[in-house]
Design a protein around this ligand. Structure first.
Ligand code: NAD
Length: 247
């Protein structure tokens, strides 16, 4: 799919990986719908930066774990931009507890609600819009944790593995509408999410990366661009992880 003049919704794009994806899409000429949860100011800054590329960019508040809010957001985006061609399910959170012995049930439920149900909600709300266009690109941000488990808890890993299962399934179901569905499984990427992890755990994480460094948000954004431009790829999970699986 050609990106220029298309409309892209990127969830959780006021900072981190989502911000890098939004700006990269803007650089390629896409009009941008920036979803944010709380930080309106940061979201507005991303929109202003995106507009420098000569595209339209607007911000939309919604909690992806709440279907009503997602539906309302999608309705407003379609009102403003007429349609949506690209959905990047990026919004996600990391847990506070990492061990099965410490994880409260509410934390398990919260992680699943945002990271997994959030992807379901946004996809469910956007797919009918894409079907009208008879084309669409859905990119889900999973994690290395979804393929190999990880250092931030079984609930996070389960949510990210769930995204991969959903990606395979939706790729099959939506193929006939000319909608591709792929996932990206980043290893540790330098964002505020990772900065919030204790220094000790950051060291453990880094020790597992053969390349010996955190990835850059732009390196994830690059894969998103590939998955939009290359129409022959669907149901794929791209690892962006500095060789994490090699040790
Ligand atoms: P981040 O915390 O910097 O950004 C996440 C964004 O999601 C934030 O803007 C946040 O406000 C938003 N968000 C959280 N809950 C939301 C909700 N309920 N509704 C709407 N938005 C919500 O994190 P990041 O590192 O940029 O992570 C982006 C995605 O990449 C996440 O899904 C994360 O799990 C995944 N990921 C990150 C890494 C990493 O090392 N940083 C590695 C693998 C996967």
């Amino acid at each position: 799919m050609k990106i220029k003049n298309k409309v892209a919704l990127i969830t959780g794009s006021s900072r981190g990986i989502g911000k890098a994806i939004a700006l990269r899409l803007a650089m390629e000429g896409a009009n941008i719908a920036i979803n944010y949860l709380k930080n309106r100011e940061k979201a507005e800054k991303v929109a202003m930066e995106a507009r420098k590329y000569g595209v339209e960019a607007k911000i939309y508040q919604a909690d992806v774990s709440n279907y009503q809010q997602v539906e309302e957001m999608v309705r407003k985006i379609v009102e403003d931009f007429n349609t949506i061609h690209i959905l990047v399910n990026n919004a996600g959170i990391i847990p506070q507890h990492y061990s099965i012995f410490d994880i409260p049930l509410e934390e398990w439920e919260k992680i699943l609600a945002v990271n997994l149900t959030g992807v379901f909600n946004c996809t469910k709300a956007v797919v009918p819009v894409m079907i009208k266009n008879r084309e669409g690109k859905i990119i889900n941000i999973s994690s290395v944790a979804g393929k190999m488990g990880g250092t931030v808890g079984p609930h996070y890993a389960a949510s990210k593995a769930g995204i991969i299962g959903m990606t395979f399934s939706l790729a099959q179901e939506l193929l006939k509408y000319n909608i591709t569905v792929n996932a990206i499984a980043p290893g540790p990427i330098e964002t505020e999410m990772v900065q919030s992890i204790s220094e000790e755990r950051r060291k453990i994480i880094l020790s597992r990366v053969p390349m010996g460094r955190f990835g850059k948000t732009e390196e994830v954004a690059e894969a998103v661009i590939f998955l939009i431009k290359c129409d022959y790829v669907t149901g794929e999970v791209i690892d962006i992880n500095g060789g994490y699986y090699m040790d």
